[in-house]
Design a protein around this ligand. Structure first.
Ligand code: MG
Length: 408
């Protein structure tokens, strides 16, 4: 039997409005409408729960909202500020599992199933996540848990606002029976009209209808509704938000074959690469080195790491080995050298296979903060220092092309 999945759906409550209240506590408890001023065209993007009591909802024209709720406080909102809160939010989520699907700026699915080794109890971990998001962002969130995306999202709707609701194994049917039909994701406004005509209001009302009947009324959508009404949803999470790889490469002004100089370039690239990994909070399972010869022939060699890495010393050691394997035999002039990190993970390496020390990591972080203040060149390894000697005035003179890339 397939293992039951543990899917967590997290949604910030009245996100934009909640941020506005956080920035201006005087707005607390007021009917707040974010999206524009009452006389402006446009629509409300978020309303506080107090505003919702007047029948105002997101997507409603501002003028209509102003009529329904004349005492409402209207603000235009600041997307950049919301964006920074959103980043903090996702930052916390990714500490709990690498399987995160962002469905909007304030909403995500998380799959804990693969993290069985990390957590003694998934529900405890989900509750800890909720508390941590609230502590670190200052915003309240609702969390729903179920064996798939549809059920997890329906659980969140039940939990709102600020609650936690888990659909326990075996209780799916009991939970679904009374869920209003329009909460199912497959049910749009047109379908709702037909459902009302058929006197179907709750999910349980659908159970008497065979799949063939739903199919003949709603076509393929009917099959979807049939499955959803029974809590069946095998869709995987789509975690496309993260880069798949990070790479740095240099094309030389003139072809190079002096080993020490090539290794100095390689060290510089590894330094830049690991800085990017630390900034993105990634560890890499694959390190790859690329060489391109004067005749444009290009070779690549990669190493798979059981324990993922992101510290300079380790990544350089691996890159140097790969580079010498590629180039050491021929020692032909090179026009390009590059390093790439892929199969990225945000999970801190566990010491399952070999002892893991965070000392190199702390060294990297310390270097990062010095460089933030005094520039990248303020701390260099001895190898990199050589580039300064060869290209004394401007180290960039040695590089025709510096390519930094993130592939998604
Ligand atoms: Mg929300």
């Amino acid at each position: 039997m397939r293992r039951r999945r543990f899917i967590v759906h997290v949604d910030i409550d009245a996100f934009f409005a909640a941020v506005e209240v956080l920035l201006n506590p005087a707005l607390k408890g007021k009917p707040l409408i974010v999206g524009g001023l009452p006389h402006e065209r446009g629509v409300a993007s978020t309303c506080s729960y107090e505003a919702r009591r007047y029948g105002v909802h997101s997507g409603m024209a501002l003028r209509t909202a102003a009529k329904l709720c004349p005492q409402g406080v209207f603000v235009r909102g600041n997307y950049q500020v919301y964006q920074s809160f959103s980043e903090k939010f996702f930052d916390v989520l990714r500490r709990y599992t690498p399987d995160v699907e962002a469905t909007s700026i304030d909403e995500a699915y998380l799959d804990f199933t693969r993290c069985g080794r990390l957590y003694a109890s998934f529900p405890d971990a989900a509750l800890a996540l909720k508390a941590q998001v609230e502590r670190e962002t200052g915003l309240s969130v609702s969390v729903g848990v179920g064996p798939n995306k549809v059920l997890a999202k329906l659980a969140t709707a039940r939990a709102k606002p600020a609650g936690y609701f888990e659909i326990e194994p075996g209780r799916e049917e009991e939970f679904l029976r009374d869920v209003p039909i329009d909460r199912l994701p497959g049910i749009g406004p047109k379908t709702q009209v037909v459902m009302r005509m058929l006197n179907i209001r709750k999910v349980g009302d659908l159970w008497g209808l065979p799949q063939s009947t739903l199919h003949s009324i709603f076509g393929l959508g009917g099959d979807e509704i049939y499955l959803q009404s029974r809590g069946i949803d095998n869709r995987p999470l789509v975690s496309g938000g993260d880069p798949k790889s990070v790479s740095r490469e240099t094309t030389f002004l003139e072809d190079l074959w002096e080993p020490r100089l090539l290794l100095a370039h390689l060290a510089y690239l590894c330094d830049r690469l690991t800085l990017a990994l630390r900034q993105g909070r990634f560890y890499a399972h694959i390190i790859e080195v690329k060489t391109r010869y004067a005749d444009f022939r290009t070779e690549v060699r990669r190493r798979l790491l059981v324990v993922p890495r992101r510290d300079m010393a380790d990544v350089y050691r691996i890159a140097e080995e790969l580079f010498l394997e590629l180039w050491g035999g021929s020692r032909l002039p090179l026009r390009l050298v590059g390093v790439k990190a892929s199969d990225l993970t945000r999970l801190k390496p566990l010491s399952l296979f070999e002892p893991y020390s965070d000392r190199p990591e702390r060294l990297g972080t310390a270097m990062d903060s010095v460089r933030e203040k005094f520039g990248f060149g303020s701390v260099l390894t001895i190898r990199e220092k050589m580039l300064d000697e060869v290209y004394p005035k401007d180290r960039d003179r040695g590089f025709v092309l510096k390519t930094a890339s993130l592939t998604r």
